[in-house]
Ligand binder design. Sequence first.
Ligand code: SF4
Length: 507
Amino acid sequence: MPRFKEYNYNQMVMLPISFERQILPGTFEHSVNYLVDEKLDLSIFDSRYNNDETGRPAYDPAILLKIVLLAYSRGVTSSRKIEALCRENVIFMAISADTSPHFTTIADFISSCPEQIAKLFQQVILICDDMGLIGREMFAVDGCKMPSNASKEWSGTRTELKKKAQKIDRAVRYLLKKHRDEDKKGHAEESVRRREEQQIEKLLAASDKIEKFLQHNQERLGRNGKAVKSNITDNDSAKMKTGHGVIQGYNGVAAVDGKHQVVVAAEAFGSGQEHGLLEPMLEQVEENLDEEPLDDAKVLADSGYCNAGTLDYLEQRQIDGYVADHGFRSRDPRFADAGRYKPSTTDKIRTKSRFTTEDFQADIENRTCVCPAGKTMWLKCARARIVNSIFMQFQAHQSDCAGCELRAQCLRSSKQKGARQVNIPLAVLPRVEVGVLARMKAKIDSAKGRHIYSRRLGIVEPVFGNIRETLGLHRFTLRGKKKVDGQWKLMTMLHNMLKIHRYGLAT
Ligand code: SF4
């Protein structure tokens, strides 16, 4: 017979807990406690409160900030879970001085203070600067796309949303007609009818939601003035492509200093395209760090940020920028064997699938050409310039192609009505590239340019790795650009506070 230790639930234990002694020096909770109490100016929150004379006392923003930062540092972003931690975890009980705020208070604090969080973010950057954690020699800018609190199923242009509403209405009409027919015949299945009635209610609510959205919102336009998809739940978010598929979310962009990977500017944008985002980020870097931080610094950004407008901006501001273009890797001899940067095999398949110029018998001197079916083609243009190449263009007669047996091998598709055209190459002109894009290509293709640009990955990507994997932020939990921006700044501020903890306070 095994013997076990005895236990008894009918007993009491008095545990003396000193909250101060729970917050041990060297721990992150100690650093948070010190930074919030001693270094940050929390008077910025005063304007939120109006209870000097009347009303009950509010929770101190210092307490709420400490709780939220500590919870976020442990990968907990749910306000209900944070409330539970304050009740059940002795460290959270200590840091909150056992005040146990309700989860709605915590959620309201995070979502309603984006301006104050932006100011705290700036204050933390200046603390990092005072501690010598910011080198001001190199800044890398990049974005981290994350899903938001909105479904991509509820997105579309106004036309698409109208069609969606019409489709839902059709489904409702179909179900109602079905019910009428069943009633006439008198053999309606009770359980199926109940389920379908619930379905009709849901569909009507969905249709109503779309109608209301269309009534109160205009078409959303992209940077080039074209209509882009709106989202009914969070219209500031955008549908964007990521390495893990298409998401509905925000692009959290950060400018990171090269010395200790401190984030010196952060903003969440509801746009998958990064064109035009470098300028506002660099302006934020200047705003957050005094004394002209970009004067002697190098700025690194990947091909998402490469466009003539951005490069012009860098040149005009005399900023030493290194912005890669889409062909940067394929021009780099070190990546010559990397399959990823070789020309796409789909191009070869596509050209092989139909007759190529070699299948046509062209006589350049006599300016004649015979197609694979033996039909004579007519000269369309003797010297046509396409990009930097010169071609002689021939075209078949439409009547020849119309009844040709080789159509499937010759034309782009069986539905093509026009005749086949073929471009016989004559010469390739030397590519003379001028302008700001060419100057950037020459700069970044140089040995020095490649060496400097190679640092980009190591500076900015670990920051996103830390925020996603260590701090556990895989999606934004709020809605609206302002609130999501506040959450992104809170996360990047926490990243910077961890740097302060690691390089300063903990030692
Ligand atoms: S489709 Fe036209 S161009 Fe092609 S082989 Fe037939 S006749 Fe010649």
